[in-house]
Design a protein around this ligand. Structure first.
Ligand code: ATP
Ligand code: MG
Length: 309
């Protein structure tokens, strides 16, 4: 059984007095196997939050369907084993961490003993055991995001949706969040999370889905997506005459900087590196650095977006 099966999911909003059509999600198809951590990427306005809202039954699809853990999203039982962290969670500021989680446990009708055990377990899981009696208004952004995740995990869900869990976190906060994801993975949870932080995606996701203007433009393991990564050489050259500069620019796939007689270019083959070196030598220039760079996920993403739009 798939954890998530989405077929042709579409959402068209009508907004403003003229009832302008906004296609937020356009025939989305996506299958997620159980136990996978899937990074959901896309520029602002791509339709990520809309996807979460549709899956959770907070919005009704214009077209299409989806199943969560084998149950249709039209069936309220599809949400029995789901956890969710919204994009802008709201916290009751004056509650302590313990009171906050205990409150949500009560919403799930848990008895007092279960609640006490569960709150302790969750705080341990999100690394907030030390803050059990601290009011949420004294929490840092990272702590709030983590208690938000703890809240999403209260009923021990099999499937977890997190809308930008890394937003606003510093490097340490992000590391803690990544560690938390990895712990969820060892518990065989399925996680679909949206983010704009590509280095995190690279570090923790099994699969990546790229959404652009409501359409899926890439879904697969990072290995598959990154196969298209090119290795390229970055050359920093100085002291060339204008003709030499022109020749190098013809060889280059991209000229990054041209300042006076300083050039920073990308070339894509060993042969081009060799030719460029010959030109530099013959024309009395100097190669000050030569670095091989693998296209980063960030580059790949920007390329994806600019190619498709
Ligand atoms: N209630 C609504 N009424 C009208 N249009 C909406 C509504 N909600 C979302 N939209 C539009 O749908 C599109 C997708 O929005 P959505 O919030 O899903 O994007 P997102 O990928 O989550 O973006 P971000 O990265 O900024 O969070 C946007 O064009 C947005 O303006
Ligand atoms: Mg969003």
């Amino acid at each position: 059984m798939l954890a998530v099966k989405i077929v042709g999911l579409t959402k068209i909003f009508r907004s403003g007095i003229r009832q302008k059509r906004v296609v937020a999600l356009d025939h989305l198809d996506m299958d997620i196997e159980p136990g996978q951590i899937v990074g959901y990427l896309g520029p602002n306005g791509a339709g990520k939050t809309t996807t979460f809202k549709l899956l959770l039954g907070l919005l009704r699809p214009t077209e299409g369907s989806a199943q969560l853990l084998g149950k249709s999203i039209k069936d309220i039982r599809s949400r029995e084993s789901i956890g969710f962290l919204p994009e802008q969670p709201y916290f009751y500021n004056y509650l302590t961490a313990r009171e906050f989680l205990d409150f949500y446990c009560q919403l799930f009708n848990q008895d007092k003993t279960t609640r006490r055990r569960r709150v302790a377990e969750l705080l341990e899981l999100v690394n907030l055991s030390d803050a059990v009696d601290v009011q949420l208004r004294k929490f840092s952004r990272g702590m709030l995001q983590r208690i938000g995740v703890a809240q999403a995990l209260i009923n021990d869900p099999q499937l977890i949706f997190l809308d930008e869990p890394m937003a606003g976190l510093d490097p340490i906060g992000r590391k803690q969040m990544r560690d938390l994801f990895l712990r969820l993975k060892t518990e065989m949870k399925t996680v679909l999370y949206s983010t704009h932080i590509l280095s995190d995606v690279e570090a923790i996701s099994d699969q990546v889905a790229i959404l652009l203007r409501g359409k899926l433009h890439g879904f697969g393991t990072l290995g598959e997506l990154l196969k298209t990564r090119e290795k390229r050489m970055e050359m920093n050259i100085e002291g060339l005459d204008p003709k030499g500069i022109e020749l190098i620019k013809e060889l280059a796939t991209e000229t990054l900087i041209e300042r006076g007689n300083q050039l920073l270019v990308h070339v894509s083959s060993e042969a081009a590196v060799y030719d460029a070196q010959q030109i530099v030598m013959q024309r009395g220039g100097k190669l000050t650095s030569l670095v091989a760079r693998l296209e980063s996920l960030e580059d790949l993403f920007v390329k994806f977006v600019s190619d498709q739009i």
